[in-house]
Ligand binder design. Structure first.
Ligand code: GCU
Length: 364
């Protein structure tokens, strides 16, 4: 019998069992998964890795219609969100761009590194031409990408020095994406069953967390997210980022508790499959690039294989892929967990966008 290479790779990693609960219960049905395991993993991940989600503030929305743009094909509006807490306010501008004279438009909520429209990671015209709308925000307009928690949304919530499970910056960025979802659901142009959340790299970690926690997103696109994103932390590939590496420079992305696991991956009560599996039974779209060694392509792929068990509970397929390690050019779009491994380097490429859009368009 052919040796199951993927299962033997997974065995080496000795991952926590998604279905084994600390009180001894073994989850067997989707109801048990939803009522118990989902809540359990969510709690563990927020407490030990990302930090607690701040309480809901309903922002005030102001709309400004900018123009018909992109060769007359699209409408472009600026939507600003004003958050107020204890007399302090913070305003976040977002951009809403969608094909004009169209209804039932599938949308991406996209968190980007820059404000530019279009941007090298965000080929707006091509996205419009494919029939999609974009609702985008620049991440540092939410709160800055550094250890200063006194500005932006972080500044409204964080009091004094962060401790234990106080939210890291990824949680604040993600919080805003859910507020954008609240708003998008009020717009008549939108196909509410086809709203995706997407981001790249640190923002791919952010889009994954958002989609895992917020079940209103039908598609969760996590591009080149790597360590503390889709990549499993245990037995990482050579040259890939570790928890020590990420915490050295970016510990503020996470809650202070996460640093406990530096060089102690095997002692973690979770791994990143506990996060990806929370996307079930919706669609998870994982994209990565062959030259992106830091992202750990093998451990991202193995996560897709392992997390698929949550989809199986729903009678769904999870990842549909051959029983071999991934190779450059792979594009597995038949299941509920999509995976592609493209040529090239760490980047949110047009190629990635075209694959995500193709996968989403096939779901009517
Ligand atoms: C660094 C970091 C990664 C992150 C990336 C990015 O390389 O180590 O974890 O994904 O920055 O966001 O660009």
């Amino acid at each position: 019998m052919k040796r199951d290479i993927l299962q033997s790779e997974l065995k080496k990693r000795n991952l926590p069992n998604l279905f084994q609960m600390p009180d001894g219960q073994v989850i067997q049905t989707k109801e048990e998964w939803e009522n118990k395991a989902r809540l359990y993993w969510r709690e563990v991940l927020l407490k030990e890795e990302y930090g607690q989600v701040p309480s809901l503030i309903t922002p005030k929305i102001a709309l400004e219609t900018k123009a018909i743009d992109f060769a007359g094909k699209a409408k472009w509006e600026t939507v600003s969100f004003t958050f107020e807490k204890n007399g302090n306010t913070h305003v976040i501008p977002t951009q809403l761009i969608f094909p004009k004279n169209k209804t039932n438009i599938p949308f991406f909520i996209y968190i980007n590194f820059r404000k530019d429209i279009p941007d090298r990671y965000l080929p707006v015209e091509e996205i419009i031409d494919n029939g999609f709308g974009i609702f985008t925000v620049c991440y540092e307009d939410i709160t800055t990408d550094n250890a200063d928690f006194s500005n932006g949304l972080a500044g409204l919530f964080q009091q004094g020095e962060r401790q234990g499970s106080d939210a890291g910056k990824i949680v604040y960025w993600s919080y805003m994406l859910s507020r954008m979802m609240d708003y998008l659901l009020t717009r008549s142009e939108v196909d509410k069953d086809r709203i995706s959340v997407a981001g790249h790299s640190r923002l791919g970690k952010t889009s994954l967390l958002t989609g895992a926690l917020d079940e209103r997103f039908a598609f969760v696109c996590s591009n080149n997210s790597g360590c503390s994103g889709v990549a499993l932390a245990r037995s990482r590939s050579e040259g890939a980022e570790s928890i020590r590496d990420i915490c050295r420079q970016f510990s503020y992305w996470f809650c202070p508790n996460y640093t406990k696991y530096i060089d102690k991956e095997n002692a973690m009560p979770f791994d990143q499959h506990c996060l990806l599996s929370l996307v079930a039974p919706r669609k998870a779209c994982v994209g990565t690039a062959i030259e992106d060694i830091w992202c750990d392509n093998l451990n991202q792929f193995l996560n897709c294989v392992e997390s698929s068990k949550a989809w199986l509970l729903y009678g769904k397929k999870g990842l549909k892929a051959p029983n071999r390690l991934p190779i450059c050019g792979d594009e597995f779009l038949e299941g509920d967990v999509y995976f592609h491994l493209r040529k090239g380097t760490h980047y949110h490429s047009r190629t990635d966008w075209l694959i995500y859009m193709k996968a989403i368009k096939e779901q009517v």
